[in-house]
Every structure is written in C-alpha cells, then in structure tokens.
Design a protein around this ligand. Structure first.
Ligand code: FE2
Length: 151
C-alpha cells in the first residue's frame, strides 16, 4: 500500500499540533490579571495535549515510512481572553476537520482509522469545551454589562 498521500496529510496535522504546542504555551505565558489563576494552567494543559498528539502522529509517520516535519504554522495570540478563547476554538475545529479528512483517506486500514479516531475524539472534546467557555465567558458578560449601561 502506498502511504505517500496519508503521510503528507499526517505531516500537515503534525504541523498543526506543533502550532498548538506553541500557541497554547504562549497563551499560558502571557495571560495576566485574575484570570491567570484559571487559564494559565488550562492553556498549558492544552499545550501538553497538542504535544501528546504531535508525539503520536510523529511516531506513526515514521512507522508508515515517512519523515515527520519539524515546522509549524504561525500562531495566533492576544492579550484579550475572549479572543484567545476564540483562537482556541478555531484551532480545535481545524484539528477536527483535519483528522476527519485523514480518517476518510485511511479507510480500509482499520488499525490506522482506530488510532486516528482516538485522537479525533479528544479534538472534539476541545471544540465542545471552548464552545462552552465562550458561551459563559466572564469577558463576554462584562462587555454585555458595559454596553447595556452605556446604551
Ligand atoms: Fe491535537
């Protein structure tokens, strides 16, 4: 079986996971104010999850006969918590889309599909989590309060 296309797609995923390591670590480093207490460790946890996925995908690329990339995409960063949460949701949604695509490509290779589905499940948990956080964000509520007072 020729794995070239799947290896190329897994390398795009690996780049995305390396982006996640840097983007979430940066979010953890720079968050200040009272929400640092909550979100510094939250974002660091997500950086570690991206590293875990990068490790799994890098090992799998080699097992399939490929060479893992050691590059990443540009990260998105902000001092506004609301914006960081939005970047995080977008990051997780892109991961879900990428894993969904490569799973379709891996059809017929049951063990590879199962391996990728385990990661996909965690990516979707990330989407769910950031969707809920954005829905109940204190930043969102306080800006709503401000606008109602101003209005
Ligand atoms: Fe991931």
């Amino acid at each position: 079986m020729d794995n070239t296309a799947i290896i190329a797609e897994l390398n795009e995923i690996l780049k995305h996971e390396w982006t996640g390591v840097a983007q979430y670590a940066q979010a953890s480093f720079i968050i200040e104010g009272v929400w640092r207490e909550v979100y510094a460790s939250h974002f660091l946890g997500d950086a570690k999850e991206s590293f875990k996925h990068a490790q799994l995908i890098g090992e799998k690329i080699v097992a399939l006969g490929g060479v893992p990339v050691a590059t990443r995409n540009e990260i998105k960063q902000s001092r506004e918590l609301q914006e960081v949460l939005q970047f995080s949701l977008e990051f997780e949604e892109k991961a879900v889309a990428m894993y969904t695509k490569v799973i379709e490509m891996a059809e017929g290779n049951r063990p590879l599909v199962v391996f990728l589905e385990d990661i996909l499940k965690e990516e979707q948990e990330g989407v769910d989590e950031y969707t809920k956080l954005l829905r109940q964000s204190p930043a969102k509520q306080s800006s709503a309060d401000t606008s109602s007072k101003v209005g």
